[in-house]
Design a protein around this ligand. Structure first.
Ligand SMILES: *Cc1c(COP(=O)(O)O)cnc(C)c1O
Length: 386
């Protein structure tokens, strides 16, 4: 296509062409492992579905388009995508990351890759200069996510990217929480963007899938090799579902943000609430950075009820009726989570609490239901607190 598309058209058309066989507007689910060859090596571009599959290919082009990159890669899960990025490195290499990382990423880093000789530093990246203290000749990558999970800290991607460029270090950004609708790390200087497409990209809580996007031919060549050699690819049905989800990303994100804004202000004014973590508040420590690098403030927030401990937090999440108590985020339906016992259960308690993930913290993934019903639900659940 010659037209230069805006984001809200890229979600629907980016990298897409009608199917060559019959002109199908949605790419068919090519549920096949292999492809007929006329003569050895003579084929229509596909040989074996671990290496390439037309449905996955369509998704990968869409991913590259919406993240304003050149090359997209789909994986069997977000963690499989992160796993592939870490395989760009070699034993002895060091990675600097943020101290309030997604629990699964922390587990993959420390319980798997440290065993293969990678070394991880966890610092508070809200201050980008913190990287400088850890950089040495072995440092090869900075890995960050923003906003962070579940504390909603915001990291200045552009400022971290400058430091990385100056030291020839790769910057990889987990963009799961923001989605490319809100923030595009490649534009801000990142080398690799990663997604748990399980969340906002697919958006309907019906698929597990991971994504990587880069504009570097060098990184892309290596990632394509790793994707095929390690083989952590998604099946065509999951690629189809993710592609379908992406087509409404911009519409969903807009509503996620509108609903979350209302809920954040409602909770902040509620007499049973101690603290609300949401980057849209002017007094949020990184509000200015969020306002400059994000289009809006996202669909996630966390809060601590007044005087609450483990038991009271559990009481609230159990009382909620419309918010489903569940792991995950980013779907059309609202979810509530208790990080200390769920998503962040694998992080040691002292480490967790130092970063604000206290026993009373509750995390919300605000869906796209009628916000009046969501507010009613929160109000009735909080009303059960003494
Ligand atoms: C869910 C999530 C992941 C892991 O993705 P999976 O698809 O569950 O493997 C990584 N990072 C963040 C921020 C997430 O929310």
């Amino acid at each position: 296509m010659k037209l230069k598309l805006h984001f809200n058209s890229k979600t629907i058309h980016g990298g897409q062409t009608p199917d060559k066989a019959y002109g199908a507007v949605m790419p068919p689910i090519y549920q096949t492992s292999t492809y007929a060859q006329k003569s050895p090596g003579v084929h229509l571009g596909y040989e074996y579905s671990r290496t390439h599959n037309p449905t996955r290919h369509a998704l990968e082009k869409s991913l590259a388009s919406i993240e304003s990159g050149t090359y997209g890669f789909a994986f069997g899960s977000g963690l499989a995508a992160i796993d592939a990025v870490l395989k760009l490195l070699n034993p002895g290499d060091e990675i600097i990351s943020t101290h309030d990382l997604y629990g699964g990423s922390y587990r993959l880093f420390t319980k798997i890759f440290e065993g293969f000789g990678l070394f991880f530093h966890f610092v508070d990246l809200q201050n980008s200069e913190a990287i400088l203290e850890k950089i040495n000749s072995k440092t090869k990558m900075v890995w960050l996510e923003t906003p962070t999970n579940p504390m909603m800290n915001v990291i200045d991607i552009q400022s971290v990217a400058k430091i990385c460029k100056a030291h020839s270090i790769y910057l990889a950004v987990d963009n799961t929480f923001a989605s490319p609708y809100l923030q595009q790390p490649l534009h801000l200087g990142a080398d690799i963007v990663m997604h748990s497409a399980t969340k906002y990209l697919a958006g309907h809580s019906d698929v597990i899938l991971g994504a990587l996007v880069t504009s570097s031919p060098l990184i892309a060549e290596r990632l394509a090799f790793i994707q095929n050699a390690s083989g952590a690819i998604p099946g065509p049905m999951d690629c189809f579902l993710t592609l379908r989800g992406i087509k409404t990303l911009h519409v969903r994100m807009q509503r996620h943000c509108e609903n979350t804004t209302q809920i954040a202000h409602f909770l902040k004014a509620h007499k049973k609430i101690e603290k609300v973590y949401w980057p849209g508040f002017e007094e949020h420590p990184n509000h200015k950075v969020a306002a400059s690098q994000m289009k809006d403030f996202g669909g996630m927030l966390s809060f601590v009820p007044k005087g609450a401990h483990f038991k009271e937090a559990l009481q609230i999440v159990e009382q909620l009726q419309l918010f489903t108590l569940a792991e995950s985020l980013g779907g059309v339906e609202s979810l509530a989570g208790h990080p200390a016992s769920m998503t962040h259960g694998s992080i040691p308690k002292e480490h967790r609490e130092k970063n604000g993930v206290v026993d009373a913290l509750i995390r919300l993934s605000v869906g796209i239901e009628d916000v009046r019903d969501l507010l009613d639900d929160l109000d009735q659940a909080l009303g059960t607190l003494k």
